[in-house]
Each structure stands twice: as structure tokens, then as C-alpha cells.
Design a protein around this ligand. Sequence first.
Ligand code: HEC
Length: 241
Amino acid sequence: MFSSLRALAPVWMSCLSVLAALAWPGLARAQADDPKATAVAQEMARLVSEATAVIGGLQADINAGKAADKTSADQLFKAFQERYAKAAGKPFEDKGDGLEGEVRKAFASSLRDTFSRFGPTMAKGGTDAFVPAFFRAELLKRFNAQMKGKAQAYATTRDKELINADWSVDKVMKGSPFVAEVSGLMKAGGLNPVTKRGDDRMMLYAPMKLGAACVACHARNGINQKEGEFGGALIAEVWIK
Ligand code: HEC
């Protein structure tokens, strides 16, 4: 029972802000399922995507050891707010009604915490000293701990392109009913988002498209990929009451 969101294809952006333009007209069918849960899942994907893009954008400076004057928690959080406002067309608020408000609140505190913890690592810098995937894993660890049983977010890719075996779908999504689904989708390597409804929750599968910077850095880590192709996925899981 997949709803493939084909209408999205043209809005794919390069690099980490793959979900920047969430005008998602193709979501009508999924929304008939559960509009609120779908909206929360979309918001989660956008939050993770824009936060990761902040760190993606700093890679040249981090590699060159020149990021020190941009990596206080306040500066990084402000950069996130700017990216979010551009992508969402409205300012970021760490509040709101119901589950979406809870998600924003948990995300904001996880983000501040991750920025504070790793700002000094970024400031010190060095080649690939703080890559986007590592940041994302730390951020999601904090967020998922706060949102257990309500909402979870994951980033993963197919086994043959894993740089770190810890981020395999089996490990990252351990216990989720969507593991087999996500494995299959990643194997196929399509670039369109997909929603899926399970018994007690729904998921949004949002593939990422490889930009030149992703390919270059992954090549340094021994993985051979091509610009414009599938480069892993963000998955947002939202429980339905
Ligand atoms: C500066 C280097 C660098 C850049 C730029 C980079 N990556 Fe990675 N990526 C890595 C490394 C290193 C790992 C393994 C992380 C680890 O060992 O924990 C990784 C892991 C991943 C993973 C698997 C685990 C996860 O948490 O997502 C995905 C998916 C991924 N990268 C996608 C991308 C995409 C898409 C881009 C570009 C938009 C990108 N990466 C840009 C270095 C990079």
C-alpha cells in the first residue's frame, strides 16, 4: 500500500536540503490516511534536513580549520533558523499544538545540545573532522530518546554503500515494523518519497540525492557513487493514536 509521491521529483534540490521545497502536492492520498501524522512526518524530515545542511555547509571551513568563528551554539542555531525559514516559508518555532509542537520542542533542545557538544570539535577542524552524517546521528540519538513511542527519525543507506556499519537499516531501525520496507526501497534506489501506513504508526521515506560534495567526500572514505543518484534516506516514523 505505497503512495508514491511522484509530483515531488522536480523540487529535489542538490545537497543536503533535499527536502527544502516541501510543497508536496502529491501527498493527497497519504493525507487521506492521516493528515496530522503525515504533516508531523514531513516536518521532521524538513527539520533534520535543514539542520544537517548547516553542518554540510561548513565542511570546507571545518576541513581547512577555519570554522572557529562560526561554531558557537547560538551561531549554529541561528544558521538553522535561517535555513528553516527559507525552506518552510515561516519562522521556526520550538512550540505548537499537539505532537507537532512536541516534535519541534524536542528537536530544538536536541539541536542546541548537539551544537554545544560538538561546536569545539568543529572549531578545531581538520579533514573530515565532523561530517554531516556523524552530526545527524548524534542529533537523532538525542531526539529519538525524547520522542520514544511517539515519533522517531532515522538516517541510513543500503548496505553496499555504508561507510560505517553502525548505520545499516537493521541497526538504525531496530524494532521498527518498516525495516523490510525501507530495505527494499533503498535497494530499488528511487528518488521519490513514499509514505506507508502500519498498524500503530505511519512512516515517511524521504530519499536523499547525491550532490558533488557528498560524492567527493564519500570517495575519500572508499565509497564509489555518482552525483544525482540515490544517496541514502531519511525516515520519519509517527505513531497514530
Ligand atoms: C565531508 C565528508 C562528507 C560529506 C560532505 C558527506 N558525507 Fe555522507 N558520510 C561521510 C562519512 C565519513 C560517513 C560515515 C559516518 C560515520 O562513520 O559515522 C557518511 C555517512 C553517510 C550516510 C550513512 C549514515 C547516515 O547517518 O546517514 C549517508 C546516508 C550519507 N553519508 C549521505 C550523504 C549525502 C546525501 C551527502 C551530501 C548531501 C553526504 N553524505 C555528504 C562523509 C561525508
